[in-house]
Design a protein around this ligand. Structure first.
Ligand code: ADE
Length: 246
C-alpha cells in the first residue's frame, strides 16, 4: 500500500462505453494495482459533454461516406475535463488516441508510456473522430495491430495492460518483466510444470538438473531458436545470428 500517495500512473479514459472497463480494471492484476494505489483509473463518459437535448456526440462526415464521426467540440469538452495544462507543460501527461492509423504498440512503446504519471486515452467509435480534435489535443495515435475493431475500448485495455506491467510493483516486486516474451527482442522460452510426464512427453532433463547456469543457457537457446523459426522479422532486428550473451 502507498497510503496518501498519488498513483504512479493514472489512466483517464474518454469513452462512450465506460461500462466496458469494469471487469478489466477491477479484476486481476489491474484490480490489485488499483487497490494498492499504484494505478489510478477514471472513465469519462463523452456523452455527458454533449450540449443538445438529445446528447448528440456524432454526425455524418462532410464530403459524404459511410458512418458517423465524433464531433470535435464534444470531445474537446470531455478532454478539457481531465486535461491538466501544468502537467502537460511539464511532460507529465500524454493524450493517446487509439486508432488503426496510429503507431504500432510494442514493448518499447509500452515501457516508454509507463513513464508518464498520466495518460489520457481517447476511444473512438463509428468512422472515427474529427481530425481537428486529433490535431489540437492528441499527442500520439496508437494502433494495436493491422485490423479494424469497432471501437477503441479493447485497444485501450490492451494498452493499459501492456503499459501497467512496466509500472514498478504492478507485476510483483520479485519478478522482472525483463525476461518476458519480446523483452530483449526475443520470444519467450517454453515453460513446464507438474506432472513430469504428460501424454508420453517428459519435461526436458535440463530443467530438473538444478544447474542454474545450464538452465539459463538452455532457455536462451530456446528463445533464439523460436524467434528465428517463428518471427524472422524479430530475429533480423535482434541481429541474427548473434549468439546469447554476446
Ligand atoms: N480502433 C479500431 N481498431 C483499432 C486498432 N487496430 N488499434 C487501435 N485502435 C483501434
Amino acid at each position: 500500500m502507498q497510503p496518501g500517495r498519488a498513483p504512479l500512473l493514472t489512466f483517464n479514459v474518454l469513452t462512450l462505453f465506460p461500462e466496458l472497463f469494469g471487469p478489466f480494471v477491477d479484476g486481476s492484476i489491474m484490480g490489485r494495482a488499483r487497490r494498492n494505489g499504484l494505478i489510478g483509473f477514471q472513465a469519462v463518459q463523452i456523452r455527458d459533454f454533449a450540449t443538445d437535448r438529445h446528447h448528440t456526440v456524432d454526425d455524418s462526415p462532410f464530403g459524404g461516406g459511410e458512418g458517423m464521426v465524433l464531433r470535435p467540440d464534444v470531445l474537446h469538452s470531455a478532454w478539457t475535463s481531465v486535461d491538466a495544462p501544468d502537467s502537460r507543460a511539464k511532460g507529465e501527461q500524454l493524450t493517446v488516441y487509439l486508432s488503426p492509423q496510429g503507431r504500432a504498440l510494442d514493448a518499447n512503446l509500452a515501457k516508454r508510456l509507463a513513464g508518464f504519471p498520466r495518460l489520457i486515452l481517447v476511444c473512438g467509435h463509428y468512422e472515427g473522430v474529427d481530425e481537428r480534435f486529433v490535431e489540437s489535443c492528441v499527442d500520439l495515435e496508437v494502433s494495436i495491430g493491422d485490423y479494424v475493431l469497432t471501437g477503441g475500448e479493447l485497444p485501450a485495455q490492451v494498452l493499459m495492460d501492456a503499459v501497467s506491467r512496466w509500472v514498478p510493483g504492478v507485476v510483483g516486486k520479485e519478478r522482472s518483466v525483463a525476461g518476458d516474451s519480446l523483452e530483449g527482442g526475443l520470444l519467450k522460452y517454453p515453460q513446464y510444470t507438474k506432472p513430469r510426464e504428460y501424454l508420453g512427453r517428459a519435461v526436458p532433463d535440463v530443467l530438473l538438473s538444478g544447474n542454474h547456469a545450464e538452465i539459463a543457457r538452455w532457455r536462451q537457446e530456446q528463445r533464439e531458436r523460436r524467434t528465428e523459426a517463428r518471427r524472422p522479422d524479430l530475429w533480423t532486428a535482434y541481429g541474427a545470428p548473434r549468439k546469447g550473451g554476446a
